[in-house]
Design a binder for this molecule. Structure first.
Ligand code: 13P
Length: 251
Protein backbone atom coordinates (compact mmCIF):
# COMPACT_ATOMS: atom_id res chain seq x y z
CA UNK A 1 0.00 0.00 0.00
CA UNK A 2 1.28 3.47 -0.86
CA UNK A 3 2.24 5.38 2.24
CA UNK A 4 4.38 8.35 3.08
CA UNK A 5 7.54 7.06 4.72
CA UNK A 6 10.55 8.79 6.24
CA UNK A 7 13.30 6.24 6.80
CA UNK A 8 16.66 6.89 8.41
CA UNK A 9 19.74 5.03 7.23
CA UNK A 10 22.31 5.32 9.98
CA UNK A 11 24.91 3.52 7.83
CA UNK A 12 28.01 2.57 9.88
CA UNK A 13 27.53 5.19 12.58
CA UNK A 14 26.81 5.14 16.31
CA UNK A 15 27.95 2.79 19.05
CA UNK A 16 25.22 0.66 20.54
CA UNK A 17 24.74 3.10 23.42
CA UNK A 18 24.61 6.09 21.08
CA UNK A 19 22.15 4.30 18.84
CA UNK A 20 19.80 3.48 21.70
CA UNK A 21 19.98 7.09 22.83
CA UNK A 22 19.14 8.35 19.33
CA UNK A 23 16.24 5.91 18.99
CA UNK A 24 14.84 7.02 22.35
CA UNK A 25 15.15 10.68 21.36
CA UNK A 26 13.31 10.10 18.09
CA UNK A 27 10.69 8.09 19.95
CA UNK A 28 10.12 10.92 22.44
CA UNK A 29 9.75 13.52 19.67
CA UNK A 30 7.35 11.33 17.76
CA UNK A 31 5.25 10.41 20.81
CA UNK A 32 3.34 13.65 21.02
CA UNK A 33 3.20 14.40 17.31
CA UNK A 34 0.38 13.87 14.84
CA UNK A 35 2.20 11.98 12.13
CA UNK A 36 1.50 12.04 8.42
CA UNK A 37 4.07 9.41 7.56
CA UNK A 38 5.45 6.08 8.69
CA UNK A 39 8.86 6.23 10.29
CA UNK A 40 11.67 3.71 9.96
CA UNK A 41 15.08 3.59 11.62
CA UNK A 42 17.69 1.71 9.56
CA UNK A 43 20.29 0.66 12.08
CA UNK A 44 23.42 -1.49 12.08
CA UNK A 45 22.62 -5.16 12.78
CA UNK A 46 23.95 -5.11 16.33
CA UNK A 47 21.62 -2.27 17.30
CA UNK A 48 18.39 -3.76 16.03
CA UNK A 49 17.19 -5.69 19.07
CA UNK A 50 17.72 -2.78 21.44
CA UNK A 51 16.29 -0.20 19.07
CA UNK A 52 13.16 -2.33 18.63
CA UNK A 53 12.78 -2.33 22.42
CA UNK A 54 13.40 1.42 22.67
CA UNK A 55 10.67 2.63 20.35
CA UNK A 56 6.90 2.46 20.06
CA UNK A 57 6.52 -0.12 17.32
CA UNK A 58 3.14 1.23 16.32
CA UNK A 59 4.84 4.44 15.16
CA UNK A 60 8.42 3.49 14.36
CA UNK A 61 9.57 0.51 12.30
CA UNK A 62 13.11 -0.80 12.32
CA UNK A 63 15.18 -1.79 9.28
CA UNK A 64 18.37 -3.72 8.77
CA UNK A 65 20.68 -2.20 6.17
CA UNK A 66 21.36 -5.46 4.33
CA UNK A 67 20.72 -9.19 4.48
CA UNK A 68 22.44 -12.29 3.14
CA UNK A 69 21.66 -13.75 -0.26
CA UNK A 70 21.64 -17.24 1.27
CA UNK A 71 19.15 -18.95 3.57
CA UNK A 72 21.53 -20.22 6.28
CA UNK A 73 24.70 -22.20 6.82
CA UNK A 74 28.45 -21.76 6.39
CA UNK A 75 28.59 -18.08 5.38
CA UNK A 76 30.79 -16.56 8.06
CA UNK A 77 29.89 -13.00 8.93
CA UNK A 78 26.57 -12.97 7.10
CA UNK A 79 23.16 -12.26 8.62
CA UNK A 80 20.09 -13.91 7.12
CA UNK A 81 16.66 -12.45 6.47
CA UNK A 82 15.11 -14.90 8.95
CA UNK A 83 17.55 -13.77 11.67
CA UNK A 84 16.62 -10.16 11.00
CA UNK A 85 12.93 -10.96 11.16
CA UNK A 86 13.45 -12.76 14.47
CA UNK A 87 14.82 -9.56 16.07
CA UNK A 88 11.55 -7.70 15.56
CA UNK A 89 12.77 -5.63 12.59
CA UNK A 90 10.23 -5.38 9.81
CA UNK A 91 12.18 -3.73 6.97
CA UNK A 92 15.47 -4.29 5.20
CA UNK A 93 17.29 -1.75 3.03
CA UNK A 94 18.56 -3.54 -0.10
CA UNK A 95 20.71 -2.44 -3.01
CA UNK A 96 22.08 0.72 -1.45
CA UNK A 97 24.61 2.27 -3.82
CA UNK A 98 27.32 1.89 -1.17
CA UNK A 99 26.73 -1.87 -1.13
CA UNK A 100 26.66 -1.97 -4.92
CA UNK A 101 29.87 0.08 -5.23
CA UNK A 102 31.98 -1.23 -2.32
CA UNK A 103 30.71 -4.79 -1.83
CA UNK A 104 30.04 -5.87 -5.38
CA UNK A 105 26.30 -6.30 -5.08
CA UNK A 106 24.83 -6.94 -8.50
CA UNK A 107 21.21 -6.94 -9.58
CA UNK A 108 21.41 -10.77 -9.67
CA UNK A 109 22.52 -10.90 -6.01
CA UNK A 110 19.87 -8.34 -5.07
CA UNK A 111 17.21 -10.48 -6.69
CA UNK A 112 18.13 -13.31 -4.28
CA UNK A 113 18.16 -10.96 -1.30
CA UNK A 114 14.77 -9.54 -2.25
CA UNK A 115 13.24 -13.00 -2.51
CA UNK A 116 14.61 -13.99 0.90
CA UNK A 117 13.45 -10.75 2.50
CA UNK A 118 9.92 -11.25 1.18
CA UNK A 119 9.87 -14.94 2.10
CA UNK A 120 10.65 -13.91 5.67
CA UNK A 121 8.06 -11.18 5.92
CA UNK A 122 10.45 -8.24 5.70
CA UNK A 123 9.58 -5.18 3.62
CA UNK A 124 12.48 -4.37 1.29
CA UNK A 125 13.36 -0.71 0.89
CA UNK A 126 14.99 -1.24 -2.48
CA UNK A 127 17.47 1.41 -3.63
CA UNK A 128 18.11 2.43 -7.21
CA UNK A 129 19.94 5.38 -8.72
CA UNK A 130 22.54 6.53 -11.20
CA UNK A 131 26.08 7.86 -10.79
CA UNK A 132 27.04 11.34 -11.99
CA UNK A 133 28.49 10.21 -15.35
CA UNK A 134 25.28 8.39 -16.15
CA UNK A 135 23.17 11.45 -15.28
CA UNK A 136 25.40 13.71 -17.37
CA UNK A 137 25.15 11.32 -20.30
CA UNK A 138 21.36 11.32 -19.97
CA UNK A 139 21.34 7.63 -19.11
CA UNK A 140 19.67 7.90 -15.70
CA UNK A 141 16.29 6.70 -16.92
CA UNK A 142 17.78 3.56 -18.48
CA UNK A 143 19.92 2.87 -15.41
CA UNK A 144 17.06 2.88 -12.94
CA UNK A 145 14.87 0.92 -15.31
CA UNK A 146 17.41 -1.88 -15.69
CA UNK A 147 18.06 -1.96 -11.93
CA UNK A 148 14.35 -2.49 -11.35
CA UNK A 149 13.91 -4.94 -14.24
CA UNK A 150 16.86 -7.13 -13.33
CA UNK A 151 16.33 -7.30 -9.57
CA UNK A 152 12.56 -7.02 -9.15
CA UNK A 153 10.56 -7.73 -12.28
CA UNK A 154 10.57 -11.48 -11.68
CA UNK A 155 8.18 -10.79 -8.77
CA UNK A 156 4.45 -11.38 -9.04
CA UNK A 157 2.28 -8.28 -8.84
CA UNK A 158 1.27 -9.38 -5.36
CA UNK A 159 4.86 -9.59 -4.17
CA UNK A 160 5.87 -6.39 -5.93
CA UNK A 161 3.16 -4.71 -3.91
CA UNK A 162 5.27 -5.35 -0.80
CA UNK A 163 8.29 -3.41 -2.10
CA UNK A 164 9.20 0.16 -1.17
CA UNK A 165 11.51 1.83 -3.70
CA UNK A 166 14.08 4.48 -2.86
CA UNK A 167 15.51 6.56 -5.70
CA UNK A 168 18.93 7.74 -4.57
CA UNK A 169 21.06 9.50 -7.19
CA UNK A 170 24.59 8.55 -6.18
CA UNK A 171 25.87 12.07 -6.94
CA UNK A 172 23.54 13.42 -4.26
CA UNK A 173 24.44 10.99 -1.47
CA UNK A 174 26.45 12.61 1.28
CA UNK A 175 27.50 15.43 -1.05
CA UNK A 176 25.13 18.19 0.04
CA UNK A 177 24.02 18.29 -3.61
CA UNK A 178 20.32 17.43 -3.69
CA UNK A 179 18.29 16.61 -6.76
CA UNK A 180 16.01 19.54 -7.47
CA UNK A 181 12.32 18.93 -6.81
CA UNK A 182 11.83 18.92 -10.60
CA UNK A 183 14.57 16.35 -11.15
CA UNK A 184 13.14 14.17 -8.39
CA UNK A 185 9.58 14.39 -9.70
CA UNK A 186 10.68 13.70 -13.28
CA UNK A 187 12.45 10.46 -12.46
CA UNK A 188 9.97 9.32 -9.81
CA UNK A 189 7.19 9.71 -12.41
CA UNK A 190 9.31 7.71 -14.86
CA UNK A 191 9.83 4.98 -12.26
CA UNK A 192 6.11 4.82 -11.59
CA UNK A 193 5.41 4.62 -15.34
CA UNK A 194 7.93 1.75 -15.58
CA UNK A 195 6.00 -0.08 -12.85
CA UNK A 196 2.68 0.67 -14.56
CA UNK A 197 3.93 -0.75 -17.87
CA UNK A 198 4.84 -4.00 -16.13
CA UNK A 199 2.21 -4.42 -13.42
CA UNK A 200 -0.57 -1.98 -14.30
CA UNK A 201 -1.67 1.32 -12.82
CA UNK A 202 -3.00 -0.05 -9.58
CA UNK A 203 0.31 -1.62 -8.46
CA UNK A 204 2.23 1.43 -9.70
CA UNK A 205 -0.02 3.85 -7.85
CA UNK A 206 0.21 1.78 -4.68
CA UNK A 207 4.03 1.75 -4.57
CA UNK A 208 5.82 4.14 -2.23
CA UNK A 209 8.83 5.73 -3.95
CA UNK A 210 11.17 7.55 -1.57
CA UNK A 211 13.86 10.07 -2.47
CA UNK A 212 17.33 9.88 -0.92
CA UNK A 213 20.44 12.03 -1.30
CA UNK A 214 21.25 15.01 0.91
CA UNK A 215 17.63 15.31 1.95
CA UNK A 216 17.40 17.54 5.02
CA UNK A 217 15.10 19.77 7.02
CA UNK A 218 15.65 22.62 4.56
CA UNK A 219 14.66 20.80 1.37
CA UNK A 220 12.35 17.97 2.51
CA UNK A 221 9.13 19.94 2.21
CA UNK A 222 9.76 20.91 -1.42
CA UNK A 223 10.81 17.39 -2.33
CA UNK A 224 7.91 15.68 -0.57
CA UNK A 225 5.40 18.09 -2.14
CA UNK A 226 5.88 16.34 -5.50
CA UNK A 227 3.07 13.97 -6.45
CA UNK A 228 5.37 11.01 -7.04
CA UNK A 229 7.72 11.53 -4.07
CA UNK A 230 6.35 9.57 -1.12
CA UNK A 231 9.00 10.38 1.44
CA UNK A 232 12.71 10.08 1.99
CA UNK A 233 15.58 7.77 2.81
CA UNK A 234 17.76 9.91 5.00
CA UNK A 235 21.46 9.42 5.76
CA UNK A 236 23.37 12.18 7.53
CA UNK A 237 20.30 14.06 8.72
CA UNK A 238 18.94 10.94 10.45
CA UNK A 239 21.83 10.91 12.92
CA UNK A 240 20.43 13.75 15.03
CA UNK A 241 16.93 13.32 16.43
CA UNK A 242 15.93 16.96 15.95
CA UNK A 243 17.08 17.01 12.30
CA UNK A 244 15.32 13.74 11.56
CA UNK A 245 12.15 14.89 13.28
CA UNK A 246 12.17 18.11 11.25
CA UNK A 247 12.14 15.98 8.08
CA UNK A 248 9.30 13.83 9.48
CA UNK A 249 7.44 17.08 10.17
CA UNK A 250 7.84 18.18 6.54
CA UNK A 251 4.73 16.12 5.73
P1 13P B 1 22.64 11.38 2.82
O1 13P B 1 21.28 11.79 3.30
O2 13P B 1 23.69 11.47 3.89
O3 13P B 1 23.01 12.06 1.55
O4 13P B 1 22.54 9.80 2.49
C1 13P B 1 21.50 9.36 1.72
C2 13P B 1 21.51 7.88 1.74
O5 13P B 1 22.41 7.26 1.23
C3 13P B 1 20.42 7.21 2.46
O6 13P B 1 20.43 5.85 2.20
Amino acid sequence: MRKNIVAGNWKMNKTLQEGIELAKEVNALVAGASLKCDIVLGTPYVHIVDVVKSVDGSKIGVAAQNCADKVSGAYTGEVSASMIKSTGANYVILGHSERRAYYGETNAILKEKTDLALANGLTPIFCIGEVLDEREAGKHFDVVKSQIQEALFHLSAQDFGKIVLAYEPVWAIGTGKTASPEQAQEIHAYIRKTLADKYGDSVANDTSILYGGSCNAGNAKELFANPDVDGGLIGGASLKAADFFAIISAF
